[in-house]
Design a binder for this molecule. Sequence first.
Ligand code: SF4
Ligand code: SF4
Length: 91
Amino acid sequence: MEYNYTIQVNEKACTGCKACQLACSFHRSGCLDLEDACLRIERDGCGSRITATFLAEFCDMCPEETVPYCIKFCAADALSIARRKKDLPNN
Ligand code: SF4
Ligand code: SF4
């Protein structure tokens, strides 16, 4: 059985700090540049609404790390790995 792995963001627990986004950019490019990340976290101005986007096509799941960088640097424990059988639809 083959699986797809994705990073899931619990938008209720997320504070919008973007530490995961910076950590991912460092993993991918060696630089701290939010635009290089596979995760995009957006806060609704001064409000509390968080929108998270995961760019699966660019994520390699940090294979050289015991814990993916994005998860490691999330102080709110808002990230997790989700596994899905490849032949199942996304929803
Ligand atoms: S697992 Fe690695 S590559 Fe994928 S989003 Fe997290 S830090 Fe980025
Ligand atoms: S590090 Fe955690 S709390 Fe901060 S933006 Fe990412 S998911 Fe949200």
